[in-house]
Write a protein of this length. Structure first.
Length: 482
C-alpha cells in the first residue's frame, strides 16, 4: 500500500509539472503575440500593457473584461500549432473590443445582435490594417461578407451594425449564419460578475471574499443591504474601468491619426470606431432649451408666495388674506421658433418624420414651451416648398397626423434665411430666438449670420459631416437618438 501511494504521488507530481509547463508555454505564446502587435502598432502601447495575462485550465478560449485577459491554456497551444497567427489575431481582437468600449455598454442591449456587431466591427478594423502577423486563412471569406455588408452599413461601427442586425432580421440571418467566422473570444466576461457569480468562478481578479471585505461586512452576512452594497461596487468598478479605457482610447486615436499619416496604411474602420467610442452624447431636449426666452404666464408663483401672511390674515380677519398669491410667474420657455426641414433628394422620408415627431414631443412638454406659441415649420430644398404656422397643441397635432413632404430637389440653405427675414419684417415674429435646420449639410450656407441663433442638425449616416459656418451651432445625432 505505501508503494502504491508513492507511485500515485509521483504520477500526480508529473501531471502538475506537465500542467505548469503548458501554462508557461501558453503564456509565452501570448506574450509573443503582444510583442508582435506592439512592433506593428505602437499607438496601442497603453492598451497592450495595461491588463495582466491570466492563464486558465477552465477557460475554453479567450476572455477580456477590461481589467485582465484570460486565456485557456489548451486553446492557445492548439490554436498556435494549427495557425500561428491566430493567437496574435485574438489578442488584437480583445484589445480592440476594449478601446471601442464594447464590454462596457452591453447591458440593456440585445445580446446576440450586440455580440455579433462588436465582432464584425473589430474584424473589419483588423482587416483594414492588413498586418502580416494577424492574417488568417479565413480572411478572404470575411472580406467577401464585409463587402456585402458595407452596402447596407457604410461605416462598420458596432453601433451601426447592431442597429442593422436588429432592424432587418431577414438580412441579418446571413451574418448570424457566419457568426463563428468573426468570433475570436468569449463575451461572457463582459458583464461584471455579481457576488453570486464570483463565488462560483475561478481565476477572477475580484473574488467573493475580496468584494465582501471591500464593503466592510463578514462573508456570512449576505442580507439585502449587503447585496445592494455589492451591486454598487460592481457599478463603481464598471464605471472606473470604462473611464480608464476612454482615456486609453483617446490616446490611441491621437497617436493613430499621426501614425497613419506617417505610415500611410489603411485605418478607416479603426478610426470610425474610435470616433464613435469617443463621440459626445447629446441630450436633444437640453439642446432645444438654448432657444428659450423669458416670459410671463398665468400660474400661481409658489416661490414668491408668503404663506405666513396669507394664513395670518385668514385667521385674524376670517377668510380675508393679507397677501393674495401672485397670478403670474416668469419662465424661460420656447415661444417663437422656426423648424426648417431639408427635403432634398438626399434627406427625406421616415428620418425626417421621426425628427419632426421627436422635436414635437419635446416642445409639447409644458416645461419647454408656452401654452400659445408661434412656430413655423418650413420645408425647403433649393426653394421654399411649404410653410405651416403652428400656434397651439391642436394645430401641431393636426400637422403631425398628416405630414406631407414637398420638394426633393437640390439643397440651398439661403432661401430659408431670406424667407424668415421677410417674416420678421412683416412682424410675424416679435422676438424670434432661433432656427433649427435639419439637413444632410450638402448645400450652400449664407455668408452673413442672421440676427437669431441657428443650429444645423445632422444625422450620422456613415459620411463625413460637413463643417458649418462659425456663427452656427452643429449638432450630430445618431438615427436611434431621433
Amino acid at each position: 500500500m505505501p508503494e502504491l501511494t508513492a507511485e500515485m504521488n509521483e504520477i500526480l507530481d508529473e501531471q502538475d509539472a506537465e500542467k505548469a509547463k503548458r501554462r508557461e508555454l501558453a503564456t509565452r505564446v501570448m506574450l509573443f503575440a503582444r510583442d508582435q502587435i506592439m512592433v506593428s502598432l505602437r499607438f496601442l502601447d497603453r492598451a497592450l500593457f495595461r491588463m495582466p495575462l491570466v492563464p486558465s485550465d477552465v477557460v475554453e478560449s479567450y476572455g477580456v473584461d477590461g481589467r485582465e485577459i484570460r486565456f485557456g491554456v489548451n486553446h492557445v497551444l492548439e490554436s498556435f500549432s494549427r495557425e500561428k497567427n491566430r493567437c496574435t489575431r485574438a489578442f488584437l481582437h480583445m484589445i480592440f473590443h476594449c478601446i471601442f468600449s464594447h464590454p462596457f455598454q452591453c447591458e440593456n442591449l440585445d445580446g446576440e445582435c450586440w455580440n455579433l456587431a462588436c465582432d464584425i466591427a473589430v474584424e473589419a478594423s483588423i482587416l483594414d490594417l492588413d498586418l502580416a502577423d494577424t492574417r488568417l486563412i479565413a480572411d478572404e471569406e470575411m472580406r467577401r461578407l464585409l463587402k456585402h455588408l458595407k452596402r447596407e452599413v457604410p461605416a462598420l461601427t458596432a453601433e451601426k451594425i447592431y442597429r442593422f442586425l436588429l432592424d432587418d432580421p431577414s438580412s441579418a440571418a446571413r451574418y448570424f449564419a457566419q457568426e463563428e467566422l468573426f468570433r475570436q473570444d468569449d463575451h461572457r466576461y463582459w458583464i461584471p460578475p455579481r457576488v453570486t457569480d464570483a463565488a462560483q468562478r475561478t481565476g477572477d481578479t475580484i473574488t467573493a471574499d475580496t468584494m465582501t471585505a471591500m464593503v466592510g461586512c463578514h462573508e456570512a452576512d449576505t442580507g439585502e443591504e449587503g447585496a445592494d452594497q455589492l451591486e454598487d461596487i460592481d457599478e463603481a468598478l464598471l464605471g472606473q474601468t470604462r473611464d480608464e479605457w476612454a482615456d486609453v482610447s483617446q490616446h490611441a486615436k491621437t497617436d493613430l491619426e499621426t501614425f497613419s499619416r506617417e505610415q500611410g496604411f489603411g485605418a478607416g474602420s479603426l478610426l470610425w470606431n474610435l470616433k464613435e467610442t469617443l463621440r459626445e452624447k447629446y441630450d436633444y431636449g437640453e439642446f432645444l432649451k438654448k432657444f428659450a426666452v423669458l416670459g410671463e404666464e398665468m400660474h400661481i408663483n409658489d416661490d414668491e408666495f408668503d404663506y405666513i401672511y396669507y394664513t395670518y390674515g385668514l385667521k385674524l380677519y376670517e377668510n380675508m388674506p393679507l397677501v393674495e398669491p401672485l397670478e403670474y410667474r416668469e419662465n424661460k420657455r420656447i415661444r417663437e421658433f422656426v423648424i426648417a426641414i431639408d427635403t432634398s433628394g438626399s434627406c427625406q422620408g421616415a428620418t425626417v418624420e421621426r425628427f419632426l415627431q421627436k422635436t414635437y414631443e419635446i416642445l409639447k412638454n409644458t416645461e419647454s414651451y408656452f401654452s400659445r406659441v408661434n412656430i413655423h415649420i418650413i420645408q425647403c430644398d433649393s426653394k421654399i416648398q411649404r410653410d405651416v404656422k403652428v400656434t397651439t397643441d391642436d394645430e401641431f397635432d393636426a400637422y403631425m397626423q398628416d405630414v406631407q413632404l414637398s420638394g426633393f430637389g437640390g439643397t440651398d440653405f439661403r432661401p430659408v434665411f431670406d424667407y424668415v427675414d421677410e417674416l420678421i419684417e412683416r412682424h410675424e415674429f416679435q422676438n424670434l430666438r432661433g432656427l433649427i435646420y435639419f439637413t444632410d449639410g450638402r448645400g450652400t450656407f449664407p455668408e452673413q449670420p442672421p440676427d437669431y441663433e441657428t443650429a444645423f442638425v445632422f444625422v450620422e449616416e456613415g459620411f463625413e459631416i460637413p463643417e458649418v459656418p462659425p456663427w452656427a451651432i452643429k449638432l450630430v445625432l445618431r438615427e436611434e437618438e431621433i
